[in-house]
Design a protein around this ligand. Structure first.
Ligand code: SAM
Length: 151
């Protein structure tokens, strides 16, 4: 399920606060977040990992059609990948996945500064910023400094 437009807006605003480095989307789905971010920030590299065939295939076709040269879409399970150096990881996953993402970050300590999570908090971690969306569910978007995340 793609993020809502309000969530995208907040995530974009937070991404802009993370410098000039690479943006990684853990579970890029149909590309609803990586396309606008790659178009708005052509100076930044954007990497998406997506496990499901059809979302990955369709998003790859669209990426090629729009010549988004700063966007790389991998059909890979991000848990099994060594994450590249980056400014920020973004994700819109589910609670159990946030446990696994936290474990991966603590175990591998990738050279990434920030994590932005739509809707789901990292368990037992203090967010540096939390935006409460003005939607029906008052959904949160979290920004974490990865270096400050502890077990
Ligand atoms: C809720 S969608 C979010 C899509 C997009 N990031 C957005 O905000 O619109 C989550 C996506 O993560 C993908 N996903 C979940 N676990 C994954 C994994 N371990 N590796 C790669 N993709 C994964 C799912 O297939 C799904 O497409």
């Amino acid at each position: 399920m793609p993020s809502s437009s309000k969530a995208y807006g907040s995530m974009m605003a937070l991404v802009k606060e993370t410098g000039k480095g690479t943006i990684i989307d853990l579970g890029s789905g149909w590309g609803n977040f990586v396309f606008p971010i790659a178009r708005q920030m052509p100076e930044r590299q954007v990497i998406g990992y997506e496990l499901s065939l059809f979302p990955w295939l369709i998003s790859t076709i669209i990426k090629n059609a729009f010549c988004l040269h700063n966007l790389t879409l991998y059909r890979k399970n991000f848990y099994h990948e060594k994450l590249p150096d980056a400014s920020v990881i973004v994700c819109y996953l589910y609670p159990q996945a946030m446990n696994k993402v936290k474990r991966k970050l603590l175990t591998e300590r990738p050279n990434v500064d920030f994590l932005i999570s739509n809707n789901f908090a990292l368990p037992f971690a203090q967010a540096s910023k939390k935006i409460q969306l003005s939607d029906f569910y008052k959904s949160p978007v979290y920004l974490y400094h990865i270096a400050k995340i502890t077990a």
